[in-house]
Every structure is written in structure tokens, then in C-alpha cells.
Design a protein around this ligand. Sequence first.
Ligand SMILES: Cc1cc2nc3c(=O)[nH]c(=O)nc-3n(C[C@H](O)[C@H](O)[C@H](O)COP(=O)(O)OP(=O)(O)OC[C@H]3O[C@@H](n4cnc5c(N)ncnc54)[C@H](O)[C@@H]3O)c2cc1C
Length: 500
Amino acid sequence: MSDYNVIVIGAGCGGLSLGALLAHKGRSVMVLEQGERVGGCCSTFDYKGYKIDLGASIIEDPEVINWAFQRMGTTFKDEVDLVAVDPTYSAILHDGTRVTYPISLAGTAEAIRKLAPGDVKGWERYSKKMAGFLDAALKGFFTTPASSLGEVVRMFARTPALLKYNAMFFSSYEGVMRKYFKDERVLESMSFHSFYAGLPPALLPGHFAMIPYSEHDGIFYSRGGMIGIPRGFQRCGEKKGMKVRLNAPVKKILIEKGRAKGVLLEDGTEMTADIVVSNINSKKMYFDLVGEEHIPWLAKAGLKSYTYSMATPMLYLCLDYTPPLTDHHTLMTVPMDRMNDYWENHYKKGDFPAEQFGILSWTTKSDPSLAPKGHHVIAVTLAPGPYRLNGTTWDAEKPALIEKIIKFLSGKYLPGLDKHIVHADLSTPVDFERRLRSPEGAIYALRQDLPHSLMFRPSARSPFIRGLYLVGASTHPGGGVPTVTASGMIAADLIEKYEN
Ligand SMILES: Cc1cc2nc3c(=O)[nH]c(=O)nc-3n(C[C@H](O)[C@H](O)[C@H](O)COP(=O)(O)OP(=O)(O)OC[C@H]3O[C@@H](n4cnc5c(N)ncnc54)[C@H](O)[C@@H]3O)c2cc1C
């Protein structure tokens, strides 16, 4: 008799949603988290009365998360105190122009009209196309396993509407956007979104061009910090007996005769289980926790070929003034060509300039209770950060970089910032790796291009270790809070199908 029916390694949104769903199916579930709090990339920590989000700063596609809660007899809105964010964002373009896109499609058309009247028709065509694609993707892509060619064919057979959009999968983000928009400033205002999926506009597959549209379906913040979302899953699971143990790093997955039998913790404790689910980076999980001796040579070659996704340094700012911003999200943008150039000539060469593009997430705009009265929190998502800096290290550069970035932001985006900082800290790719044990600080585990998508991404059900399942950003459908929640539903369905 095993200690638990299911052990989940990692308490990210993928692991907790899956654990809660399985607990609701009557299974005994233990979730083991190496860190001191739940949520992984979607978490919030305290600094002297300020609550700061570690990574994720909003969610899109709330219906996907709602489906998971509905399966447990409740709703997203009942479990998490959601704040609707509107406008979707403001963008401050490289030339200083500010454009604000409200949730309303008509309102966004108006904003585009002021910038480039010739692109309003393009926006209308784009919105219509992406509305159809989003609908098909939600029905077909997000909650269907895609571990084999057969499963992918069945996905398309069940949702034939997806076939209409096939060409986008073989184009780039930039290619798709340029079909609809001609004005470089309109393109610039919608181009940083390609990094939401981890690659520059020229390299990201075209179906991600849906992102700027999908924000118009509604975006939300969790009052009290983004940790409210994983805590919602945790609470639902715990009501049905799920256990969550913090500060419990897993060292090894125990394997007997090709089947996962439990885990060994770093403190030497062994726990047995009928099923083991990994919510951690899958490449690391197979090589470090499973061990090469259990991986067939072809699978080993496949796993070795995976590239980690990019890392995103975050600058956390606690302020004693109201920043001169208007919205929860302000994008600091540069033209598309410069984003592509940054990837080739800075990111890939180990260079991280202090003159930045990225997102200013003014979380106290949506929830003033995150900081003492009159104080504010901004989390700055910076441009992709190379894991290895050319000729130096992140630890050595950090203090000077913080100063340089603050100077840059004070000059162009946040006048007065440098005089109102109570606390500033930079979470580098190396810090993310130390904190979350995510190799190279990868924010979406593995890259999200075609060779890392669908049946090419590691399978939710391990093809060579029985009783081992994967959940989270490492497996289909990839990174993002709603997406990893979808992976939780997919893995729960597979476990119900194969492990009864
Ligand atoms: C900077 C940043 C900004 C982002 N912004 C957004 C956003 O605005 N909106 C959005 O939807 N998404 C965003 N994302 C992406 C999203 O947050 C992630 O894709 C998602 O939360 C990942 O969830 P996950 O379940 O895959 O696991 P993770 O969040 O990666 O959690 C895995 C957990 O496993 C634990 N763990 C690791 N190794 C072990 C071990 N050996 N033993 C036990 N536990 C272990 C880790 O500590 C961690 O808690 C962002 C991510 C980052 C990093």
C-alpha cells in the first residue's frame, strides 16, 4: 500500500490545479514544494509591508481557469477575488507617443484611428479573425492532449474550425501582424506581446499573434497578489484532503521495473505513491530526478535537443509616491525591428543593456492594499535576459544594473522615480533559477516554437516511465497561468483514463 495515490512535485498553478482536481476525484494527493510558498512563477512575496508579485502580473483567458474550478463545483470568481483590468494597457512608444487600448474593441479602434486611420480596417479584420481562432483554440487546443500525431489529428478532427487557421502556425508573429497593420507605430504598440510567449516577433510562431486580441476578452488581477490564484486551487484541493508540504525539495523519482513508485526528498525521506506527477521543468526532471539510466536512447536524444525558454529579469520597486502612470500595465516599446535586433545582437550575445523595453506593472493601481497607504509597488518586466552575461556575471552586475535601469526609467518613463524609491531589487535569470529551481531561469520551461509544440513538447503521460505524468509549462499547451491550468485538466483526464 502506497503512502499516497498521487504525489505532485511542485506547487505551481499546474501542479496545484491537477492536485485539486484529482483530490475531487477521491484520490489521496500530496503536493511537494521546494520553496517556502505556493505558486511558483505566479506567486507573491512580502517585503516590509509591501506585497510584490514574483512573475505573472495578470491573467488572460479567464474562462480556461474557470473550467478547472467548475469541475470542482465552484467558479474562478468565487475562489479568487478578481479585479477586472481595463484598459488592457497603455504603450509608450519609442518616440514618446502614448496609446491606450481599452478592453472594448470599438474603443481600441478609436485609439488606432488617432494613431493611424489607415489601420482601423486592419484592426477590424484582425479582431474578427482572432475571435474565430480564439474560440476554436479554447475548444480544441487548450484542453486536449497532444502527445502523439494521432492525438493531434483527433484534436483537429474534434474542432475542424482550427483547420481554417493552420497557415498561422507556419507563419511568424510578425508575418501575421504585418498582414493586418501597415503603420509601424501600430505594429510597435502590439509587438512586445510576442515575448509573452518567449520569442521575438520574427521567430515566434504566428498563432501567438492572437495574444493582443485575447486581452480584449478580459484580463484580471488577483486582489492581494497573484498568489491568490494558486491559493484558490490549494484551498479547493485541501477541502478534499489534498496535502501541500512546503520546503520539501524532491531529489529523485523512485522507479521500479519501469514504473514510478514514489519520491526521495533531499532530507532523505522516502514517500511512495501509485502515480507521480512532475510540475517542474521536464528536461531537468528526466535527467536529474529520473536519471539517464531509465531513459531510452532515442528519448534521451530528444530530451537533450530541447532548448530552455528565455528568462525575464524583473525589477521590483517599492515607492513612496504615486507613479506618473495611468494603468495597471504600461508597455515600454521599441519598433518590431529593434526587438528582433535585440534578440540577435544583444540577447544571443550575452549582453543586457540598461536602456530597456518591457512592462511596468503598477499592481497597486488595481489593489492599493498591496502597499502602505500612499505607497506603491511596480514590478518591471524587463527585456529577455541572457542566462550567461558576456565577460561578467549577474551577481557582479546587479547593483550597478539596478542603478542604471532606475536612471533610465526616471528619465523616460517615470519622472521622479529615483527620488521615491523605498526599496529596489532585481531578480536576474540566476535568481529565478535559485528561487524556483527553473534551469537558466526559463520562464516558460521550454521554448515555444514549432519544434517544442504539440507532440514535440514532452508528453503529459510519460511514454517510457509508467505512472509518471507531466503538468505545467513543460508540456502541452505550454506556459502562462491559464495554459498550465489547462495542462492540469489534461493530466487529470489522462490519469482518470489510465490509472484506475
Ligand atoms: C517573470 C514572469 C512573468 C510572467 N507573466 C505572466 C503573466 O502576466 N500572465 C501569465 O498568465 N503568465 C505569466 N508568466 C508565466 C506563468 O507565470 C507560468 O507559465 C506559470 O505560472 C508556470 O506554472 P507551472 O505550473 O508550470 O509551474 P511553476 O510556476 O514553474 O512552478 C513549479 C514549482 O515547482 C517547484 N519545484 C522546482 N523544483 C522542485 C523540486 N525538485 N522539488 C519540489 N518542488 C520543486 C518550484 O519551486 C515551483 O514552485 C510569467 C512568468 C514569469 C517568470
